[in-house]
Design a protein around this ligand. Sequence first.
Ligand code: F0G
Length: 352
Amino acid sequence: MWKYKEFMPVDESKIVTLQEGGTPFLKCDKLGQDLNIELWVKVEGSNPTGSFKDRGMSVGISKALELGVDTVGCASTGNTSASLAAYAARAGLKCVVILPSGKVALGKLAQAMFHGAQVLSMDGNFDEALEAVTTLALEGELYLLNSVNPFRLEGQKSIGFEIIDDLGWNSPDRIILPVGNAGNISAIWKGICEFHEAGFMQDLPMMTGIQAQGASPIVNAFKKNSLEIETVEKPETVATAIRIGAPVSYLKALRAIYDSNGYAETVTDEEILDAQKMLARTEGIGVEPASAASIAGLIKLREQGIIDKNEQIVCIVTGHLLKDPETAINACSKPVKIKTDIDNLREILKQK
Ligand code: F0G
């Protein structure tokens, strides 16, 4: 992503990178033909720590070095902490992460711990963890690297740059992505607008945000045509990455949706898990549940007629399948036990 460094507000001599960005951009004809659209999928799980957060952390940690801080921190549903822990390690900074107890997928927890962060498990949800870490940041204990930090968004806007670049300096009709704390949709829209203002493209995409039904304050506001959200006190969804009731960047996100003539919709946990499996089995793309919300949303909005036939659509899948191995294993039947006997193996294959 650093090929776009002229658009990033950092001191070039202090860039901390794990070579994030430049992720696969896959045309998905089977799924696209079923839905009568042209479908592209941007695979953010291919980033160094397995999610799009790495783009934001590369810029955020570079900035932390520029500012001369010694400790960085965040609250997280998992991916932000995994990414921050890795980039802090690379930069030689101390890292503190606060996680909602019992609600962080196993792969993400393993990453945060293994990269050497101080991992604190809070008896509360993400929104409460963010409030706590923000207080610590305001008291000067640490440099906050949640997406309220504008430098995070500066990195993540490169997803928008890459989509336009990948499409030969054209905008798709629509970009669909999952929304949690609402930083990413805001960042991508910022990137798109910067390229548009620079004259690199003519049209603009409709920004379309998808939330889980049990954690959907932004969709609720959109359905009321409002710029204000009502906090969801007890957010709940299988897609733990987007289990957020009080998204900090809600205003930027709603503006992105309204300004781009976009849309916002909810999907159920069942729709998310069905879409996750379908994407894995028809296109070979393994994503974590939150990421599949974009595909589930695409299917729903196509059925509802919100998405027109023949639209060119980019779905962003935000994190890798292995982030949440437990959910993946629970969605499958167990491996068949076999004896160390080739005849037995032949019998089993015949049964198919
Ligand atoms: N997809 C995944 C895999 C995520 O981890 C997140 C956010 C989102 C989508 C939503 O992005 O918050 O910018 O709207 N995860 C954060 C975290 C909250 O702590 O890892 P957003």
